[in-house]
Write a protein that binds this ligand. Structure first.
Ligand SMILES: NC(=O)C1=CN([C@@H]2O[C@H](COP(=O)(O)OP(=O)(O)OC[C@H]3O[C@@H](n4cnc5c(N)ncnc54)[C@H](O)[C@@H]3O)[C@@H](O)[C@H]2O)C=CC1
Ligand SMILES: O=C([O-])CC(=O)C(=O)O
Length: 331
């Protein structure tokens, strides 16, 4: 059996944490032959609730779970982690935008970025807590020891939502939808790019001839789905967010199969789509060998796509401006 992979998770007593831990510990992330250890971080008042979750993890008797640390000290939770999943932070309530969380959640990521920098030299980091692109930017800016290609912010839930909507409209299984790009910010300005998506190997725009549905219903349905879930359940998406976090880590950890790609926000260097350098921006990504990745180049983008892509970049520049006092030296 191979060495355990260590996954550190913040906000572990929260609703996404609860939906995620048991799947990771049972082998649902890295497969049935790969042991894992968990480093769980919570704020001090939530340690009691986290202890209850630990009791339940123990009671599951997962053979692949080779150790758990639960703590309110970031350096202890993150020590030697292979993956750090930053979930801890406030969720939004009905009527708020994700950017409204920026001043409440942003400061969390200064100290957590520093802790990763100090104790987790080989870590890759996925930020889930909102606004996730800009929280990731903050954490990265405090971690000069970690290369830029180790930082990810989660837009996979948007990708999965987009695939589900296209599959339902086309009347096919969701597994038939591929090449689904979410461009930009995990916010209402994201661009779910149906024009480059495939359904059963054919352009989605051929399989779904109702182009006004694609432009006028599909895009806002995907972009506003998080808000719709909050309205319906009175709390933000949890199981689907945990599922998307696992999908994101898995896609980064194994080579991409065939001609497909996945969506995740990575650091832009300006190429190949002219998105301003330094922003955490969601692109079509292919994993090369389970470590390195590349942005899929040369996708055709018409004028409408281009203006949506630029608008989301402008929003991320505004978010960066709103947290400039929180940014560290590593950008
Ligand atoms: N990127 C995405 O697609 C999605 C992002 N989210 C975001 O994920 C975050 C978590 O959501 P939920 O689990 O539903 O919230 P929750 O409120 O159920 O849990 C959050 C947990 O984080 C903990 N926490 C707060 N500050 C912390 C800190 N400094 N260090 C460690 N833990 C800390 C809290 O004690 C709480 O247990 C929210 O910001 C939410 O908006 C939610 C769904 C999808
Ligand atoms: O909408 C929210 O606030 C939670 C979230 O990010 C999502 O469900 O996509």
């Amino acid at each position: 059996m191979s060495q355990p992979i260590k996954v550190a998770i913040t906000g572990a007593a929260g609703q996404i944490g609860y939906a995620m831990l048991f799947r990771i510990a049972s082998g649902g992330l890295f497969g049935p032959d790969q042991p894992v250890t968990l480093g769980l971080l919570e704020i001090t008042p939530a340690l009691g609730a986290l202890n209850g979750t630990l009791m339940e993890l123990e009671d599951c008797a997962f053979p692949l779970l080779h150790g758990v640390t639960a703590t309110d000290q970031a350096e202890e939770a993150f020590a030697d982690a292979d993956w750090v999943i930053l979930v801890g932070g406030l969720p939004r309530k009905e009527g708020m935008s994700r950017a409204d969380l920026i001043r409440a959640n942003g400061p969390i990521f200064t100290g957590q970025g520093q802790a990763i920098n100090a104790v987790a030299p080989r870590a890759r980091v996925l930020v889930v807590a909102n606004p996730c692109n800009t929280n990731c930017l903050i954490a990265r800016s405090h971690a000069p020891n970690l290369p830029a290609d180790r930082w990810f912010a989660m837009t996979r839930l948007d990708e999965n939502r987009a695939k589900a909507q296209l599959a339902a409209k086309a009347g096919v299984n969701v597994g038939e939808v591929s090449r689904m790009t979410i461009w930009g910010n995990h916010s209402d300005t994201q661009y779910p790019d149906y024009k480059n998506a495939l359904i059963s190997g054919r352009p989605a725009t051929e399989v779904i001839p109702d182009h006004s549905w694609l432009a006028e219903t599909f895009i806002p349905t995907v972009a506003k789905r998080g808000g719709a879930v909050i309205k319906a359940r009175g709390a933000s998406s949890a199981a689907s967010a945990a599922n998307a976090a696992l999908d994101s880590v898995r896609s980064a950890s194994f080579p991409t199969k065939g001609e497909d790609w996945h969506s995740v926000a990575v650091v832009s260097d300006g190429n190949p789509y002219g998105v301003p350098g330094g922003l955490m921006y969601s692109f079509p990504i292919r994993s090369i060998d389970g470590q390195a990745w590349s942005i899929v180049p040369d996708l055709p983008l018409d004028g409408d796509a281009r203006s949506r892509i630029d608008a989301s970049a402008r929003e991320l520049e505004q978010e960066r401006e709103a947290v400039k006092d929180l940014l560290g030296p590593a950008l």
